[in-house]
Structures are given as C-alpha cells and as structure tokens.
Design a protein around this ligand. Structure first.
Ligand code: CA
Length: 232
C-alpha cells in the first residue's frame, strides 16, 4: 500500500515542521501549505488523503477553508482535522459544525495527533468497506452490512443501518437534516426533513437497548451529531 498523504495547513513554520517530522516518522507522506490559497492549489494537484488545518491562518480562517472544501463535491469527502488553540472559546469549537471531522487542541502531543489521524482514516476506510469501525463497544461491519454490540447484531432497518453507518464514519460533525437527506437518502429523493427525525428516533431506540443512544446528540437549531465524547 502506498503511503497516505497528509496536507498540513499552518502558517507557523516551527509547528508545521514539528508536525511534519512526526508524520514522516510514522510513515506518512507530508505536504505543506502556509495559507489557504496554497492549500487549495495543492488539493487540486495532489489529492491528499487528509488535511490538518490550523484555525488561525493569514488569508482566511481554517474554518472558512474547511467549509469551502466540504461544499466542493471534488473535495467534500477528504477528512479534515482542525487544530485549535485552548484559548478559543467553546462556541468556536462548536463552530466546527459545518466543517471538520475532528479537532485537536493545541498544545498536543505527536502521539495524540497520530491517534486522531489514524482514527479518522480508519473511519474513512470503513466507509469504503475496507475495514471495521470500532466505537466504544459498537462495531460497524460494512462488508456484512451489520452493526454489532458485543456479540449481538443491532436490529436495524435498511435506512437506520445507512444512517448509523454514515454517522460512525463521519463522527463529531453536526449535520443538518437536509445534509443527512442528501448524504444518507441520496440527493434525488423527495422526502420531508421530519422523515430524518423519525429514523433518528428508531435508531436511538435500537441503540438504546445497548446503552449507546447517547452517541446521537441533538444540536439545537442545527441538526444531529454522532459523538463518543460527552455532550457539552
Ligand atoms: Ca496559525
């Protein structure tokens, strides 16, 4: 297997160098950009497997860059991990809504960053059916279209299965009902937004039997988030 390419978008060279060093040692191929404009050019030319995006960048914010990439069909599936400073308020972290697949708070250890990167890449690989995803006692096996809790298979209808497998491979981000319709139901179906709520309810019920319904978080005024972190 060829090495995965990771694009680091960070204007502070010492931090970029530090991250690049750790990633290269872990066997990744590293691409670097010091601003968003360069990052977009690299995205077009090199197709990285994952982006690390700093929050504070000189030409536009890392969040704006992430949103732009996620809106673009060509780049929307490329996972993004956001680097944020501890001083950034909680609402900014919640502002990751429209964008990142995960975030890491500075200062972070190389080991912590690597763990996050590997987790995101594993989830993405699982979305493509390459691997199983393990999240806190739940196991998604895309090859057999099943989700297991311990040795039991969750009783899921086809829509609940698609919804859960989407959530398990796209964690921590908030998705609006409309985005879920688009991504889980497919763009060409005409169903009402409240259909999403109906299936979320069924999914919560199925997960609830195993104590995992807390993973599905309702984000007021926004949509739903699947998270193994405690609700803020
Ligand atoms: Ca910066």
């Amino acid at each position: 297997m060829t090495a995965k390419q990771i694009l680091i978008v960070e204007d502070e060279k010492p931090i970029r160098d530090m991250i690049a060093f750790g990633l290269k040692r872990a066997g990744f191929e590293v691409l670097e950009a010091e601003d968003c404009r360069t990052a977009r050019t690299i995205m077009t030319d090199r197709r990285p497997d994952l982006l690390l995006v700093d929050w504070m960048l000189p030409d536009m914010s890392g969040l704006e860059l992430t949103r732009a990439l996620k809106r673009d069909k060509e780049t929307s599936e490329v996972p993004v991990i956001m680097l944020t400073a501890r001083s950034e308020e909680q609402d900014k972290i919640n502002g990751l809504d429209g964008g990142a697949d995960d975030y890491v708070t500075k200062p972070f250890s190389p080991r912590e960053l690597l763990a996050r990167i590997n987790a995101v890449l594993r989830r993405r690989g699982a979305a493509e059916g390459e691997e199983k995803v393990h999240i806190d006692g739940l196991v998604l096996d895309a090859a057999s279209h099943r989700v297991m809790a311990g040795d039991r298979t969750l009783p899921l209808g086809p829509t609940e299965y698609r919804l859960l497998s989407f959530f398990m491979t796209h964690m921590e981000r908030v998705y609006t009902r409309n985005q879920l319709l688009d991504r889980v139901w497919g763009g060409n179906v005409y169903v009402e937004e409240r259909t999403v709520d109906v299936h979320i309810r069924r999914l919560r019920k199925a997960l609830g039997e195993f104590g995992h319904d807390k993973f599905i978080q309702t984000v007021r005024g926004a949509g739903y988030r699947f998270s193994a972190r405690a609700e803020e």
